[in-house]
Write a protein that binds this ligand. Structure first.
Ligand SMILES: CC(C)(COP(=O)(O)OP(=O)(O)OC[C@H]1O[C@@H](n2cnc3c(N)ncnc32)[C@H](O[C@H]2O[C@H](COP(=O)(O)OP(=O)(O)OP(=O)(O)O)[C@@H](O)[C@H]2O)[C@@H]1O)[C@@H](O)C(=O)NCCC(=O)NCCS
Ligand SMILES: Nc1ncnc2[nH]cnc12
Length: 307
């Protein structure tokens, strides 16, 4: 429930619900950062096997314009879920917003699943960001993760072992067949790959003086080297994910983007992934989510007035 705190606007002499307006402004900003993060992921090149503005990677049915339509269709969703988070909404409310957003995405892409993982991960993080700004007025990596776990950790844990899934998604199939953890467990554990792996690597590369897009490349390969990406299981089975992890580890062992030959190496892997039809869509979503946390921290890490 949004509390109303009416104030007089002298010039117009109208009653404005301050609290709700401030929350709306913050939620609007959160949504802008979420969409900007999805855009940053899309334009980053080369990401082995994935769609960018240059090519469609391992995908016959998706291209960059399809992703652009998809991310544009999600802008109101991120605002709404941030607002719901600010109001401390239960997980079932967030879930309804997530399901409606998936439907809007599918309408915008004519049935292609571009951002299901991002709707979930960035949606939960947007809700947690809304909660932080509305309660402490401060948002850091630590407060964001704490808010996520304290508010919705229990529900996310239950969501990670669904008894009533209407159909076996690719992620649930990988969980069943390979004991892969996937998107659900990531969220239930408070996104360890974002907070413990991806962000430290992104920040290290930035500290070492690399440009943002290069730091994002290092961050992406770090994610691919470690996460249990159910898209890689779905497209390539255990061999596919092992190949992708080895490729990412090799790229990082050779210095990542600090190596002057990094682009050639990354492009070679891009071609190899295309040949093998591999697509690390989970790592792509986690990259977007990592960019989002980084942007939120830059934007909101100093104290704001309680909202
Ligand atoms: C919890 C849900 C995300 C559903 O998850 P589930 O485990 O049931 O699996 P999927 O439906 O397969 O979706 C999971 C998507 O998450 C991404 N992902 C994969 N691994 C990880 C990981 N380790 N960590 C984080 N995220 C991960 C990935 O998304 C990307 O891949 C998409 C393309 O996937 P797909 O269509 O399967 O693959 P293709 O190769 O293109 O298929 P073909 O061409 O071969 O047919 C792309 O969209 C990326 O986003 C996984 O796909 C969640 O959906 C859910 O619970 N929804 C209900 C709403 C809800 O509860 N919301 C909560 C509040 S927001
Ligand atoms: N750029 C991308 N290419 C293919 N699948 C994705 N899922 C999320 N981002 C993606």
């Amino acid at each position: 429930m949004l509390r109303q705190a009416p104030v007089q606007l002298e010039r117009y002499s109208v009653q404005v619900p301050t609290v709700s307006r401030q929350r709306t402004n913050s939620s609007q900003q959160i949504a802008i950062l979420a969409v900007r993060s999805l855009y940053a992921e899309l334009v980053l090149y080369p990401k082995p096997g994935l769609v960018s503005l240059r090519d469609n990677g391992s995908h016959a049915d998706m291209d960059a314009s399809c992703f652009m339509r998809s991310l544009f269709s999600l802008r109101h969703y991120f605002r709404d879920i941030a607002l719901a988070g600010a109001a401390g909404a239960e997980f079932k409310v967030l879930k309804q917003l997530g399901i409606a957003a998936e439907q809007r995405m599918l309408k915008a892409t004519r049935g292609i699943n571009t951002h299901r993982g991002a709707i979930f991960a960035l949606g939960m993080l947007s809700a947690a960001a809304g909660y932080c700004l509305s309660n402490d007025g401060v948002l850091t990596e630590a407060t964001l993760r704490l808010a996520l776990i304290s508010q919705w950790g229990q529900a996310l844990a239950e969501h990670s072992a669904p008894e009533d899934a209407p159909h076996l998604s690719h992620g649930l199939q990988a969980a069943k067949q390979y004991a892969a953890s996937g998107a659900r467990e990531e969220a239930a554990l408070g996104f360890p790959s974002i907070f413990e792996l991806a962000l430290p690597r992104l920040q290290q590369s930035l500290r070492e003086g690399r440009k943002l897009h290069l730091a994002q490349i290092d961050c992406f390969f770090t994610l691919m080297a470690h996460i249990s990406d159910t898209n890689l299981y779905h497209r390539g089975g255990a061999t596919g994910i092992a190949y992708a992890r080895d490729a990412a580890k090799n790229f990082l062992q050779q210095g990542g983007t600090a190596n002057s030959a990094w682009l050639r190496l990354a492009e070679n892997y891009h071609q190899e992934f295309i040949t093998r039809r591999l697509s690390p869509g989970g790592a792509a979503d986690m990259l977007a989510a990592s960019c989002f946390v980084q942007l939120c921290q830059e934007e909101f890490s100093t104290a704001r007035i309680h909202e």
